[in-house]
Design a protein around this ligand. Structure first.
Ligand SMILES: Nc1ncnc2c1ncn2[C@@H]1O[C@H](COP(=O)(O)OS(=O)(=O)O)[C@@H](OP(=O)(O)O)[C@H]1O
Length: 375
């Protein structure tokens, strides 16, 4: 206003003209002052370039939310072209922007990770044996149940890795929801002296599954596997007998020892009641997988969801395989190491081994209350 008064003194116009000039000059000078104080606002809106005003919004949650549309002006244009009000971007559509928002906003995010991924838990159920009994088939078949999750590889925690501790073991487990059970399989547990005691020390509630198979066929399967890795292995007969003509079997050979099921089971029954151990027939697992899986599901307290509609018999493989899931994927058979062609063993040796195992088998049938008919 001082400028206006000075100006009017130096230019003495007529009274009306002077009043109008003073008004116009006042407005002009006010505009100049406004521009000097807020340079950005006037210039940005004129140029139509939104970026600097977006940058000004940085650092403040409310302004940053608004500024998300600044990061993607094309989206704002598309929205207005479609006649929609521009929407703030959701996390899914703009993860980078959403991340920036979260980083600047210290509000804790909801505990979605727990809901989504669950927790790693120690196993509720373990397939403890027997080697070459069909343990992989049982695990792969039961884990298609939505309430079962399993460690993919054999952990060998209770026999080889016990010193690593339970937290190491837990770390190997998949994440599960509260409603799901955790499983693992390590077939050597069944014949390891320390294992029953160690599992009961972890939890006396652990459910145990043993897949048993005719001990003579199992021994030949075991030998066939070792031979595939060690081609210069002595013959089966050389390893199985101390003296074949006298029919003296070498019980110290692992392939023979594993088949003495009754002796191993005695050790387990010192720590677990029989009702907590479920025996799967390795033979029926091949001829009737759905029947065996029904019993496994009952034992685990699961709804019978895995049924015969999940299996088909693959003639090439000579074994049951899993059907193609409805959603995607392809039929699934177990790998080449399951269902190998066995080494031919002469009939006499097989008969001698059957005689050797018979009393142990009978004892085993009595202990478990079931005749597996290994004749
Ligand atoms: N569906 C299906 N597909 C393929 N194989 C099957 C199946 N069901 C049971 N089996 C039998 O499983 C035997 C291998 O047993 P394991 O999985 O316990 O072996 S291992 O101890 O883990 O090495 C394997 O033994 P071999 O036939 O001697 O190879 C199979 O006879």
């Amino acid at each position: 206003m001082a400028y206006v008064l000075i100006f009017s003194r130096h230019f003495p116009f007529s009274h009306r003209l002077r009043g109008t000039s003073i008004c116009l000059l006042s407005l002009f000078i006010s505009f100049l002052c406004y521009c000097a104080l807020f340079p950005g606002a006037a210039v940005m809106q004129k140029s139509g370039d939104p970026t600097p005003s977006c940058l000004q919004a940085d650092g403040v949650k409310l302004r940053l939310q608004k500024s998300l549309s600044c990061l993607h002006p094309l989206d704002a244009q598309r929205s207005s072209a479609a006649g929609e009000a521009p929407q703030p971007q959701t996390d899914q559509r703009r993860p980078a922007a959403a991340a920036a928002l979260t980083a600047r906003d210290n509000t804790p995010s909801p505990p979605m990770s727990h809901l989504k991924f669950g927790n790693k838990k120690l196993p509720n159920a373990i397939i403890v044996g027997v080697k070459k009994g069909g343990t992989r088939a049982v695990l792969e078949f039961i884990r298609i149940h939505p309430d079962v999750r399993a460690a993919g590889t054999e952990t060998h925690f209770f026999d080889r890795n016990y010193d690593r501790g339970l937290e190491w073991y837990r770390g190997l487990m998949p994440r599960t929801l509260e409603s799901q059970i955790t499983m693992e399989k390590t077939p050597s547990y069944f014949v390891t002296k320390e294992t029953p005691h160690r599992i009961s020390a972890m939890s006396q509630e652990t459910k145990l599954i043993v897949v048993v198979r005719d001990p003579v066929t199992r021994a030949i399967s075991d030998y066939t596997q070792t031979l595939s890795k060690t081609p210069d292995l002595p013959s089966f007969q050389d390893l199985a007998f101390k003296n074949q003509s006298l029919g003296i079997v070498d019980m110290s050979w692992n392939a023979i020892r594993i088949g003495l099921y009754a002796l191993h089971l005695e050790n387990w029954l010192r720590y677990f009641p029989l009702a907590q151990i479920h025996f799967v027939s390795g033979e029926r697992l091949i001829t009737d997988p759905a029947g065996e899986l029904a019993r496994v599901q009952d034992f685990l307290g699961l709804k019978r969801i895995v049924t015969d509609k999940h299996f088909y018999f693959n003639r090439t493989k000579g074994f049951p395989c899993l059907k193609k899931p409805e959603s995607s994927g392809s039929p699934r058979c177990l790998g080449k190491s399951k269902g190998r062609t066995h080494v031919q063993i002469d009939r006499d040796a097989i008969e001698q081994l059957r005689d050797f195992y018979r009393p142990y088998n009978v004892k085993f049938y009595e202990m478990v209350g079931h005749d597996f008919r290994w004749e």
